[in-house]
Write a protein that binds this ligand. Structure first.
Ligand code: 6PG
Length: 242
């Protein structure tokens, strides 16, 4: 199932995504007493994360049963201004009562980056093994993704060998992107095993790329990594004009 929704502003779009996530979390928790949610990095989700911490947008009881993960992380300290964890902590984690044991941060400060990737992969395998959900790849309930102006997702950039990783759940990426630092990222087998992937996209250039992917993903997947997200049960695009 693939669906695209358009909004005139990022605030309006973020409100719609917050409502969707709150409903999905409630449904998953009702069904299996847990909600396994992967956060994206970047700047676009800031408003969304602030909204998810507000009782008017989201029943705060969900955080007791929500397990939080990240799609990727820059290889900086967790309190560095470029850290995806730091932004989520400032906007969401520090404003909810989510138990610390429910937060699975990528240890991207470890050196070399490969050590951080191996450590996170072991953490995920232990988590999914413990919940008897271990197949070849984990199936997260929701993976939230942004997209770069080059069509990258997580830290899977055009031309990177990480795009073709078929076995590892997590991999390290050499210095690239903005900020130009090494990164740790989930791989496509994990992303494509999610029950739901939700893209939160904002801005004209990204809108054009998103629409090209929605219209004909198979013809441009070599150019835009985002077009390689396809085998999930639900693929949702929430797109803001501004
Ligand atoms: C990262 C993100 C990345 C992000 C896009 C869009 O670590 O940078 O995970 O994939 O989603 O680069 O970033 P903006 O939302 O800042 O445009």
């Amino acid at each position: 199932m693939k669906e695209a929704r358009h909004y005139s502003s990022l605030v309006e779009c973020s409100e719609a995504v917050a409502a969707y996530i709150a409903n999905l979390a409630t449904s998953e928790i009702t069904q299996k007493n847990s909600f396994n949610f992967v956060l994206t990095g970047g700047k676009t989700p800031r408003i969304l994360y602030e909204l998810l911490a507000q009782p008017s947008f989201c029943d705060q009881k969900i955080w007791q049963k929500t397990n939080l993960f990240w799609s990727d992380e820059r290889c900086v300290s967790p309190n560095h201004p470029d850290s995806n964890y730091a932004m989520a902590h400032e906007t969401l984690l520090s404003n909810t009562n989510i138990p610390s044991e429910n937060i699975y941060r990528i240890p991207a400060e470890l050196s070399p980056p490969r050590l951080g990737a191996e450590t996170y992969e072991a953490t995920l395998q232990k988590f999914f093994n413990n919940t008897n959900q271990l197949t070849s790849f984990p199936s997260f309930d929701l993976i939230l993704l942004g997209m770069g102006q080059d069509g990258h997702i997580a830290s899977l950039f055009p031309g990177s060998s990480a795009l073709f990783e078929e076995n590892h759940w997590v991999t390290a990426v050499e210095q690239t992107g903005a900020p130009p630092v090494a990164r740790i990222t989930l791989t496509f087998p994990v992303i494509n095993h999610a029950k739901c992937v939700l893209f939160l996209i904002s801005g004209g250039e990204k809108q054009k790329i998103a629409q090209a992917i929605i219209d004909a993903p198979q013809t441009i997947s070599d150019k835009y990594p985002a077009a390689k997200v396809k085998t999930v049960e639900k693929l949702l695009w929430y797109i803001a004009d501004e």
